[in-house]
Design a protein around this ligand. Structure first.
Ligand SMILES: Cc1cc2nc3c(=O)[nH]c(=O)nc-3n(C[C@H](O)[C@H](O)[C@H](O)COP(=O)(O)O)c2cc1C
Length: 319
């Protein structure tokens, strides 16, 4: 029996935790209720608790919580432990919960480290994925390499470029226990992406891998172009040295910045700001962020041209 089956998840489709509040209870609960595994992506112990409780009101099925390790405090894990699965990302894999724990990885070495640290499974993220990008290989290539390096029955999930049923079938044929889809669920009715953000994604055919929106988190991320990328990215798509220096300088203190200060930073953010935070444009953030913020999206955005109810998406992805 697979890890998802043991949890009571019928369809091997996991909706990626999308941080900064893009995936909250509405989306996670809809995905889980439809038979997939929905994931909440919010910051702070109180927000995790609130969103998880709200999701439990909507579904009795399993729900996951995503925790971004560079920002997590101890009490986030206490709150996340109430979920059926805790998914961690970006950092040294370490067991922080007694329950089911899955770590998202960008390399074979990281997947092996997660397995050695006792993770119940790993997500192998390809470079074509949306959001922050951990590795350099395509999802299927990383998957194949990881599959040969880890025990045969170890649960492996594939993330990156999953937008249609064929993508799910290919991953399962390669031996995946399931898939993780972010961009496809970002363009669902229940995601909390700002309407202006969705419109840009629906029109987009290309993405950029950059470190531009890296204030406090200087890491590669895949986005769709907007006024900020037009303003700052050089012809070779490199980020100006001063922007990079600012991003790196802020990193050590980022996890200690209070939410109220972050909110003020985000309100002040303009395409011409050098201080470009990783906050994505949610529907409760200012519309200015659509041109001044990170429009996270994976390469699959080129194949998506509608916003649909999440339950319909789960049914369509079901192999
Ligand atoms: C808008 C957005 C936000 C994301 N935020 C997170 C996050 O907070 N934590 C995380 O583990 N992964 C995050 N990811 C990455 C996903 O977990 C996953 O690797 C990715 O979405 C898969 O590729 P796809 O977008 O092509 O489906 C995010 C992805 C997107 C598109």
């Amino acid at each position: 029996m697979s890890l998802l089956e043991r949890l009571g998840v019928e369809i091997p489709v996991v909706q990626a935790g999308m941080g900064g509040g893009i995936s909250r209870h509405e989306l996670a609960a809809s995905v889980s209720e439809a038979g997939g595994l929905g994931t909440i992506g919010v910051s702070g112990a109180a927000a995790i608790r609130r969103e998880l409780e709200a999701a439990r009101e909507l579904t009795a099925r399993p729900v996951a919580v995503n925790v971004l390790l560079p920002f997590a405090h101890r009490d986030w894990f206490d709150a996340a432990a109430e979920a059926d699965v805790v998914v961690t990302f970006w950092g040294r894999p370490r067991r922080r919960t007694l329950g089911v724990w899955i770590h998202q990885c960008g390399s074979v070495a990281e997947a092996r480290a997660a397995e050695a640290a006792g993770a119940d499974g790993v997500i192998l993220q390809g470079v074509e994925a949306g959001g922050h990008i951990r590795g350099t290989l395509s999802a299927l290539e990383l998957f194949d390499r990881a599959a040969s390096a880890l025990p045969g029955d170890y649960p492996l999930f594939l993330a990156g470029g999953v937008a249609e049923r064929g993508d799910v079938q290919r991953a399962l044929e390669a031996g995946a226990s399931g898939v993780v889809a972010g961009t496809r669920f970002l363009l669902s009715e229940e995601s909390r992406a700002h309407p202006g953000y969705r419109d840009r994604l629906l029109a987009a055919r290309e993405t950029i891998l950059t470190e531009l929106f890296g204030a406090g988190w200087p890491a590669p991320h895949r986005v769709v172009a907007n006024a900020a990328t037009d303003r700052w990215l050089r012809a070779d798509r490199g980020v100006p040295l001063l922007n990079r220096a600012i991003n790196h300088m802020l990193a050590p203190g980022a996890r200690h910045v209070p939410e109220s200060v972050l909110a003020r930073m985000v309100r002040a953010q303009r395409p011409g700001s050098r201080l470009l935070s990783p906050a994505g444009p949610t529907d409760d953030r200012p519309a200015t962020l659509v041109d001044a913020g990170a429009l996270y999206a994976g390469e699959a955005v080129a194949r998506i041209d509608d916003v649909r109810p999440a339950a319909e998406l789960v049914r369509e992805l079901a192999p």
